[in-house]
Write a protein that binds this ligand. Structure first.
Ligand code: NAD
Length: 278
């Protein structure tokens, strides 16, 4: 089929919306415009671009829907709520988004993601990827775990748990725990404590640590029991976790690069500071 856009290629677009009334309204507007447009082909299968409608949570869910296609998919988010860290467009900017997609030259802004490997006592190995972060916690009792960084036995941690954040995830749960905001051009992970015990008997570092791309983090729980592991907005409970490995994945997430995909610092400012009065 011959198409008329400058790349001579139809862009396959998937529209993923959350269940909110406003998101469904935006989705149906987008759908009705794109379905008759020769430059685009609407398909949830093998899309070139995934448009999410909702908030950051919807973008996280879409990331997980397409996490096996990260090398071929680019994401763009429309937000219908109030805070959007991964979302570049507001719900009333659908026409602007379509105009920008028409002018799109295939460029992307790519950010590191996290690879998680969970080892269970029964020999099962579970692999996952996170866009924001992964956590390991022990809910009923103190979590006691050895933390190994780049094969160095670093500390025996005692507390509620630990969080490992990507650079773009550093502004999410990690930030609430007192972790630093890390620019995504720094390909690193951040290991942040969740309520560590620190007294004369028990000692943990007490601050978050930035881990370079080449280093792996290993967390080895020292007590039997149920552990709660989260990967972005998903939570799992596992009995008898023997080890969890965390490292930077060799895939990245790609966002459609347009003038609307503003710099990281603009997004941090928009999300947390806003306009100053002076
Ligand atoms: P949600 O949609 O209620 O998200 C919680 C908030 O986190 C929202 O305001 C969202 O906009 C914001 N957020 C998400 N990713 C962000 C990022 N990278 N930078 C800045 N803000 C971001 O809940 P959900 O859909 O379940 O989202 C899961 C995310 O919520 C997790 O990945 C985690 O980072 C975050 N979370 C935060 C806390 C906390 O801050 N205490 C606790 C649990 C989960």
């Amino acid at each position: 089929m011959t198409q008329t856009n400058y790349t001579d290629k139809v862009t396959r677009v998937a529209i993923i919306a959350n269940g909110k009334y406003q998101s469904k309204r935006v989705a149906s507007k987008l759908f009705s415009i794109l379905k008759d447009d020769n430059d685009f082909y609407l398909s949830k299968k093998n899309p070139d671009i995934v448009i999410t409608i909702g908030g950051d949570g919807m973008l996280l869910s879409a990331f997980h829907m397409y996490e096996k296609e990260l090398d071929t998919v680019r994401f763009v988010g429309i937000h219908t709520g109030h805070l959007g860290f991964y979302t570049d467009y507001r719900d009333y900017e659908v026409d602007q988004l379509i105009e920008n997609l028409r002018a799109d030259n295939g460029q992307s802004a790519a950010y590191p993601i996290l690879k998680v490997t969970i080892y269970l006592e029964n020999g099962k190995v579970i692999k996952a990827r996170a866009l924001n972060e992964a956590t390991i916690r022990r809910i009923e009792k103190t979590m006691v775990a050895d933390v190994i960084i780049n094969k160095v036995p670093f500390e025996r941690f005692r507390g509620d748990g630990m969080l490992i954040a990507t650079p773009t995830g550093s502004t999410a749960y990690n930030k609430s725990l007192g972790g630093s905001v890390l620019h995504p051009t720094i390909e690193a992970l951040q290991l942040t404590e969740i309520s560590s015990l620190n007294n004369r008997v028990y000692r943990a570092l007490g601050s978050s640590v930035i881990i370079p791309k080449k280093d792996k983090i290993e967390i080895i729980p020292k007590r039997l029991g149920t552990y709660t592991l989260s990967v972005d907005n998903k939570t799992f409970h596992y009995k008898n976790v023997t080890k969890v490995d965390y490292s930077i994945d060799h895939h990245k997430i790609h966002f459609v690069a347009s003038e609307r995909h503003t710099s990281f610092w603009e997004r941090v400012k928009d999300a947390f500071i806003g306009e100053s009065d002076s």
